[in-house]
Design a protein around this ligand. Structure first.
Ligand SMILES: O=c1ccn([C@@H]2O[C@H](COP(=O)(O)OP(=O)(O)O)[C@@H](O)[C@H]2O)c(=O)[nH]1
Ligand SMILES: O=C(O)[C@@H](COP(=O)(O)O)O[C@H]1O[C@H](CO)[C@@H](O)[C@H](O)[C@H]1O
Length: 325
């Protein structure tokens, strides 16, 4: 690792305390002292199986029992199942991505849901969690918030964790984060070696100050995490970035074919940030299935589609001026 990346890793990586060891008083005092309002956002597409328990646990712990979180929002990202109903019944505010900033239309993708969540929330600190998390994740929210509440120099915090992988019903202790290990990490080490200290650059659990999140574009699909990391590096420098060890992260995984398409979006995003987008590139990823007799090609768009920094959106500025968004 390059010396600057190693120094960052050593100085900007902390471990989230367990719930038993958490100094809640310190966090709540820091929240009051900083007059912070805290929003938690869960982007969710077809997560009816997991979103209810996750929302119920987050709400019980961090809204009702301990007033750390002021706003708990599920962004319903074109779900075709009962995600919205399940999340609402569990106590979350639920907003359909398509209903936010309607004049700007609606695009598919996780990044679109995250971008629109900035206009649907009002916290000066925003925490993002995937809606397919499994297991005990109660410590994630205070763990991600602690650096933002206690260190004014830190503007953006990524969670890091080990990532078990379920294969044919068997849970292996490692192996998750396949796009991270096979695509994002090699690309970042090659093109942005100063970011090599991030253990989980694609992880879906992170938190940031609205003041920086509204300054950067949001890639509309799965390129959103790597796009935010690269773009926020330019805004805050390594000194403004941190990572928190959250222990273990389990989630519902996708197929290799689906992750191949995700990797295609990550590669397109990295190339766009490296100024290497080839004019001739069709922006398509062609994969192959075999029908028993022959290979069958199937192409999917992976070109970068992104939204501009939210602070450039007039409706957003009006919402913020009214103290609404
Ligand atoms: O178009 C999309 C795709 C994904 N997601 C959400 O983004 C998170 C991460 O997506 P996914 O689980 O598909 O990625 P993985 O974690 O498997 O890499 C989950 O909460 C999804 O419901 C979303 O809101 N809109
Ligand atoms: O980290 C990864 O390699 C991918 C896939 O993880 P798995 O191989 O399914 O455990 O998961 C992440 O990547 C997505 C794209 O950035 C994020 O949106 C997801 O939140 C994150 O889980």
């Amino acid at each position: 690792m390059r010396p600057d990346a190693r120094a960052w890793f050593d100085q900007h990586t902390t471990a989230a305390p367990s719930l038993e060891r958490l100094d809640l008083g310190r966090l709540l005092r820091a929240k009051r002292r900083g007059r912070h309002r805290i929003s938690v956002v869960l982007p969710a597409r077809d997560e009816q199986a997991t979103v209810g328990a996750l929302v119920a646990d987050l709400r019980a712990r961090w809204v009702l029992d301990v007033p750390l979180v002021d706003e708990l929002l599920v962004m319903d990202s074109d779900s075709t199942d009962r995600t919205a109903q399940v999340a609402r019944a569990a106590g979350a505010e639920v907003v359909a991505t398509a209903d936010v900033l309607p004049a700007h239309g609606s695009r598919p993708g996780k990044g679109e849901a995250l971008w629109k969540s900035l206009a649907a929330t009002s916290g000066d600190l925003v925490v993002f969690l995937d809606a397919d998390l499994l297991g005990n994740v109660g410590h994630y929210v205070p763990g991600l918030l602690a650096p933002l509440l206690t260190d004014p120099q830190i503007d953006y915090v990524k969670g890091c964790y080990t990532r078990p992988l379920e294969v044919d019903g068997e849970i292996r202790p490692a192996g998750g984060g396949r796009v991270t290990e096979l695509t994002a990490r090699p690309l970042l080490n090659a093109l942005w070696p100063e970011l090599a200290g991030f253990v989980q650059p694609l992880g879906g659990e992170y938190a940031g100050r609205r003041s920086v999140l509204e300054q950067v574009p949001f890639v509309s699909g799965y390129g959103v995490e790597i796009g935010l990391l690269i773009d926020l590096l330019c805004v805050t420098g390594l000194a403004g970035l941190a990572q928190v060890d959250l222990g273990v992260r389990r989630h519902t995984s996708q197929s290799e074919q689906a992750l191949g398409r995700m990797a295609g979006q990550v590669v397109s995003t990295v190339l766009s940030r490296a100024g290497a987008g080839h004019a001739g590139a069709a922006g398509l990823l062609t994969q192959f299935a075999h029908d028993g007799a022959a290979f069958v090609p199937h192409s999917t768009p992976v070109a970068v589609d992104e939204r501009p920094p939210m602070r450039t959106v007039p409706e957003y500025r009006a919402l913020r001026a009214e103290g609404v968004g």
